[in-house]
Design a binder for this molecule. Structure first.
Ligand code: ATP
Length: 303
């Protein structure tokens, strides 16, 4: 039995190592599940960013052609503005993010950045122009420095530090035992959710993308963390075209436009107060979140 146990135990260790490595990669790129078979058009030029306007124009899409998921979705995020997408689970919110990265091609309509259809430009330039800040960042098992510098390979230490300062994480890092050389991640120093997110924000600031995709965690957070995240979002989205995929409502209050999606369609749109006074789907979602939360400062649950 022992003869059998040892190799099995060995494989167990190897399996755990591989799994951890996969988790690291996977969690870095929440939306980037698997690279699909979309290919660059031969001779496609790089995306030319002029301001960063993002437009979905009658977008239709289904993972399976027999089951449409997005049924003619249109919206524009003017350069530097913020649009938030809300709606019940399965409405198609995250799908919009995946299409923006062109992990799949639309089956109808088009997605345009500064007037260029994303199918007509290189994927490398497209993905280089978009930054993602997931709310449940998992860091690489490496130094804090590495985790930030990853945003732009070749960045100088001064640039990494400047990004950390802008993300309000520099002082925290300097107080760590080995400063920027401190190992973080699952096998290193464990950071709080807010600290991890600020590291991710520093990475995004370093990347300096014209377009930002803020993919909100589905889990409910405590009021303090929620506030911190809202502040972080404001910080990193300043001057960038921002699309927030929201699973709770508290992060969307400041958005320039809120899109309410249901079953693959935008059924309402407007600003927070407008939508509340309209007394429609958004107002109902809002009321439901208020009910399901407890205490004077509601932390809404997953929609
Ligand atoms: P949630 O708030 O729960 O995250 P969502 O609005 O983001 O939901 P999507 O993740 O965009 O919803 O999913 C929309 C629909 O597409 C769902 O019915 C889902 O089952 C389906 N779907 C999502 N990903 C895939 C996939 N990779 N293959 C097939 N179907 C998928």
């Amino acid at each position: 039995l022992l003869q059998l146990y040892q190799p099995l135990n060995f494989f167990g260790v190897v399996y755990r190592e591989i799994k951890q490595a996969l988790i690291d990669v996977e969690s870095m790129v929440t939306l980037l599940s698997v690279d699909r078979e979309v290919a660059d058009r031969p001779g496609a030029p790089p995306l030319a960013i002029t301001g960063g306007e993002l437009r979905f124009d009658g977008v239709e899409f289904g993972y399976d052609p027999r089951r449409p998921i997005l049924k003619g979705v249109s919206f524009t995020v003017p350069a530097g503005r913020t649009v938030a997408i809300v709606g019940p689970s399965g409405a198609g919110k995250s799908t919009i993010g995946r299409l923006l990265f062109r992990f799949y091609d639309v089956s109808g309509g088009g997605i345009l950045i500064d007037g260029q259809d994303i199918r007509e430009v290189t994927q490398q330039s497209l993905r280089g122009a978009i930054g993602i800040v997931p709310q449940d960042t998992v860091l690489f098992n490496d130094t804090v420095y590495y985790n930030i510098a990853y945003g732009r390979p070749g960045a100088s230490p001064a640039e990494v530090e400047q990004a950390a300062r802008l993300a309000h994480i520099h002082n925290f890092i300097m107080a760590l035992p080995d400063g920027y050389e401190t190992t973080v991640g699952e096998r290193g120093l464990k950071l709080s959710g807010g600290e991890k997110q600020r590291v991710a924000i520093a990475r995004t600031i370093l990347k300096n993308p014209a377009i930002l995709l803020f993919d909100e965690a589905t889990s409910a957070l405590d009021t303090h963390t929620e506030r911190e995240i809202q502040a972080n979002l404001r910080e990193v989205s300043r001057g960038r075209t921002t699309l927030v995929i929201a699973h709770r409502l508290s992060t969307v209050i400041d958005a320039d436009e809120i899109l309410v999606m249901e079953a693959g369609r935008v059924i309402e749109r407007g600003r927070h107060m407008e939508l509340l006074s309209r007394g429609g789907a958004y107002a109902a979602l809002w009321a439901r979140q208020q009910e399901s939360s407890q205490g004077p400062e509601p932390v809404p649950e997953v929609l």
